[in-house]
Design a protein around this ligand. Structure first.
Ligand code: UDP
Length: 481
């Protein structure tokens, strides 16, 4: 066992076992390793098996052998559970019942326990993991919460008790355009429809609402909060966060941050995939053959689903817009679509001439491709940041959690795209695609380019995220030991 003065920093990172959080926490892990901080990355068996199957992430991290290791726990769900957005409450329950007891044992008496060769000094956990407070206290280590959703979305979560107290929640009627008053810093910006979709319930005992309220109570108990964003993008919201925690670290966009800091080296994870689906790279050669800025990239991420009707509305809209499109249709993401489904005749010609459809794409590479001129997105936070960094304007069709807030910010605050929320009609899809790809292309491109520049500067030497990462590293090495 190490003597106290020999203890070296050892962080346990535990992401919510979903594609987005795993992606960005792996990038944070790599950045910490680069600064000689030992990281144990806790994945669920399901995620780890899929990483093993579809990427070389596990092999890749072998290069950090001395300071990085993976550990796994089961997630408590049957293997055939689709683990889509609607399954998140079940996933959290499974983790609580099955993974948490194993984790507790691992960090108390087990291989990462206080008597082990390299005891933990810090836990970085997803903000929804309220159990982390008890575990960190039990073993006497620092807890930093890393909420991988957007800070603007997170802030609306955090203001939920305030909204309830002020009588703004539940909504008193069905008018979704009423302006929200009790989210400090967002006055005049968000309407009822821009709050996370779970706020639309009439029942405050709703499972998700209760989970978020519990999260709100636990968040201030951590010693600090990490966010995947940069000051220049969300300064007013980040300023509000200082009311919850004195230690706020805005270290994003993490995928660019990792690429920048590790740029000299070959084989940076950020340039590799940490995908849990098999990427279809044929779309890159298809993009290579398309004209500059001519393609709308369409994806609803790893959790969202759409109905068959919505599929057809979006499809007609895309074909009618005359634009070329690369569309990711993740298996299982269209409800009720069976083997008998045939491409409608009126769509087949346009799709054949101007479309490419794949199961899963190397998204960061796609977004950086010169042929891509816009992104029709579900406004997941990773997708939003990836688009911002590449300077690609967005057409937003949010699905759940922070996505309603993100899409509002894209249109109303950052003005780098259009928000299509709560509508899914072919004429609207066509109109928005035409505006972004053609009619207002120059204005959107100019603004998106400026934002991309700010994002890149923030992770360059001396930039805001660069400095926050240094502060995080120093604090983990000293203040939090
Ligand atoms: N992604 C990908 N290929 C795809 C679609 C998505 O690699 O075809 C990645 C994308 O780059 C992002 C993540 O999956 O990093 C999705 O995260 P996001 O937060 O945008 O949405 P979520 O899936 O959590 O709803």
């Amino acid at each position: 066992m190490q003597q106290p003065n020999q203890i070296s920093p050892h962080v346990l990172i535990f992401p919510l076992p979903l594609q987005g959080p795993v992606n960005c926490m792996l990038k944070l892990a790599e950045l910490l390793c680069l600064h000689q901080i030992h990281v144990t990355f806790l994945n669920t068996e399901h995620v780890q098996n899929r990483l093993r199957l579809h990427t070389d992430t596990e092999t890749y991290f072998k290069k950090y052998e001395k300071c990085f290791s993976f550990r796994t726990v089961p997630d408590g769900l049957p293997e055939d559970n689709p683990r889509t957005g609607s399954q998140i409450p079940a996933l959290l329950k499974g983790l609580d019942e099955v993974a948490v007891p194993l984790l507790r044992e691992m960090v108390t008496s087990g291989e990462l326990g206080t008597e082990s060769e390299r005891p933990l000094t810090c836990i970085i956990a997803d903000g929804i993991f309220t159990f982390a407070v008890g575990i960190a206290r039990e073993i006497g280590v620092t807890l930093l919460y890393f909420d991988t959703i957007s800070p603007c979305g997170f802030w609306t979560y955090f203001c939920l008790p305030k909204l309830i107290e002020a009588g703004e929640l539940p909504f008193k009627d069905d008018d979704l355009d009423v302006i929200i008053k009790n989210v400090p810093g967002m006055e005049g910006i968000i309407r009822r429809r821009d709050l996370p979709s779970f706020c639309r319930t009439k029942d405050l005992n709703d499972r998700i609402i209760q989970l978020v309220l519990k999260e709100d109570e636990h968040i201030p108990l951590a010693q600090g909060l990490i966010f995947n964003t940069f000051q220049e993008l969300e300064a007013p919201v980040l300023a509000q966060m200082l009311n919850i925690s004195p230690n706020i670290y805005a270290v994003g966009p993490l995928h660019t941050h990792a690429k920048t800091r590790l740029g000299e080296e070959t084989g940076v994870l950020s340039e590799r995939s940490s995908s849990i689906w098999k990427e279809d790279r044929t779309c890159i050669s298809w993009l290579d053959a398309q004209p500059l800025k001519s393609v709308v990239y369409v994806s609803i991420g790893s959790l969202a689903v759409m109905t068959k009707d919505q599929l057809l509305e979006i499809w007609h809209g895309l074909v009618n817009s005359g634009s070329r499109f690369l569309w990711v249709r993740r298996p299982g993401s269209i409800e009720g679509l069976d083997d008998k489904f045939e491409i409608p005749l009126e769509l087949s010609q346009g799709t054949k001439e101007r479309g490419c459809i794949v199961d899963w794409a190397p998204q960061e590479e796609v977004l950086s491709h010169p042929s891509v001129g816009g992104f029709l997105t579900h406004s997941g936070w990773n997708s939003t940041l990836e688009s911002i960094v590449e300077g690609k304007p967005m057409i937003c069709w949010p699905y759940f959690v922070d996505q309603q807030v993100n899409s509002r910010y894209v249109e109303e605050v950052w003005k780098i795209g259009l928000d299509m929320k709560d509508t899914c009609e072919r004429s609207i899809v066509e109109k928005k695609v035409r505006e972004v790809m053609d009619l207002k292309k120059d204005v959107f491109w100019e603004r998106a380019r400026n934002m991309a520049q700010l994002a890149k500067e923030s992770v360059s030497e001396g930039g805001s995220s660069f400095q926050d990462l240094n502060r995080l590293v120093e604090d983990i090495k000293s203040k939090y030991m």
